[in-house]
Write a protein that binds this ligand. Structure first.
Ligand SMILES: [Zn+2]
Length: 275
């Protein structure tokens, strides 16, 4: 039996169901985007192909992380290790999920803002930002190096939290859905955005984070909640008309549209920012 034979892990099936559900939701949103914005199917497909290649590159890392997380969760549960078992009420799955959602969304905010500030990590993360058009496929446009660093950090946090695998699964679903919606070109009207944006990161708010120039690239780091950006003074808004997607050092479509060149981008010295 191969070391990576998923049938060796009963819970490997959960990982595959999760993956199947994720691909189905991405496909549905992608189709809705195409129907709503009536662009050319050929150009939308061409744009998405590059991003799907990034998803394929990161897939073994995502599956590997899930399998490690399951082993970690089983160990922490058996040994009553970590922060959550110390808190009252944490034996309830819903309490664990609520605590984890708050805690991990905050940690995600800290990690994301660090990646923007640390030049070495930014070289990898800028691949995600270099998409010149935003749609649901941008969500999976991530350099494998970026995936390895983030997953390692979140895995360490999961170990320290002592949360159960079930709570991790629920948090992953909430975080993934929020992340997918944030990258769609669908935007909320003014008032719904103001109201929902008080608590959650809306597509309107995340689009600001994908604006090509500073200070907007370094704003709206949140994934699920806008609370952290509000607390740390990094929340900003921009109208759709004023938003240009990309990153100012990498605005050449021939470069950003090439999977091979963007895979090699972290190894090259980035040109000076035009901002
Ligand atoms: Zn970012």
């Amino acid at each position: 039996m191969s070391e990576f034979d998923l049938s060796a892990f009963p819970v490997g099936h959960t990982t595959m169901v999760q993956l199947g559900a994720y691909v189905s939701i991405v496909s549905l949103i992608w189709w809705l985007e195409w129907r709503t914005f009536a662009g050319s199917l050929r150009s939308k497909w061409k744009h998405s192909t590059v991003n799907l290649l990034f998803m394929a590159s990161a897939l073994p890392i995502q599956i590997g992380t899930s399998l490690i997380a399951i082993q970690v969760g089983n160990w922490t549960e058996a040994h009553q290790w970590g922060l959550l078992p110390l808190l009252p009420g944490s034996s309830s799955l819903w309490v664990q999920f609520g605590l984890m959602l708050l805690m991990f969304d905050f940690l995600d905010y800290i990690y994301h803002s660090t990646v923007h500030r640390a030049p070495f990590l930014w070289r990898f993360h800028l691949v995600h930002h270099s998409d010149l058009a935003l749609d649901v496929s941008t969500t999976v446009r991530e350099h494998p190096g970026d995936t390895v660093f983030r997953n390692s950090f979140m895995l360490f946090c999961f170990f320290m939290s002592g949360a159960s695998v079930e709570a991790l699964l629920m948090w992953q679903i909430a975080a993934a859905l929020s992340n997918l919606l944030a990258h769609t070109p669908f935007r909320l009207p003014y008032w719904p955005n103001r109201v929902i944006g008080w608590i959650f990161i809306t597509p309107n708010l995340h689009h600001v984070h994908h604006h090509f120039r500073q200070p907007y690239t370094d704003r709206n780091y949140g994934n699920v909640f806008s609370l952290w950006d509000r607390l740390f003074g990094t929340l900003t808004s921009l109208p759709r008309g004023g938003t240009v997607f990309g990153v100012d050092t990498h605005m050449d479509a021939a470069l950003t549209g090439s999977y091979a060149r963007m895979m090699a981008a972290p190894l090259r010295r980035a040109p000076e920012s035009a901002a």
